[in-house]
Design a protein. Sequence first.
Length: 177
Amino acid sequence: MNRDLRLIQMYRKFKQKSQINNHKSQIRTNTEFGILFTEYQNTMLTNVYRILFWIAYLAVLITTFIPVAGELNKTHIGPESFKIRLDHLLHLLVYFLICMYYLFGIRNRIDLFEKNSFLKFILLILLLGIITEVVQIWVPERAFNVFDLISNVAGVGLGVFVIKMAQRHSKRSEDYA
């Protein structure tokens, strides 16, 4: 918030300066304001990205505490000898999509955290995957399931693999450019 106020104050100062000085100063002031405005937009985009991440994080955590009668637990995919419950695929997909959200941020040069962003992200998502399963021990009509936990971790693992491959591809593209 202080940064936003600082940008507004700087703009007002530039505007006052440009009214006093000549046309060249006006051009310089407009250019400086353009840079400041772009910086302001980037700050706002980063804030929105971070807020959406935390909303989704909390949403996943909150849904853990909602008792659900297990219709998803009864749905199986595959032949009798190899059954995959639909909720296992759902767990894998959710954690993979969370990783893709992080990749979207990387692609748009938005960091989720100031320092060690990738490591903090991985630890937070793994912690979320573990906590959401362990907490279900105490939630009525929910049960801890080791396969759900494995699906969570597999979704994160798949997401991390895709992120690393995308970073490697991006680095190669920059080397050839």
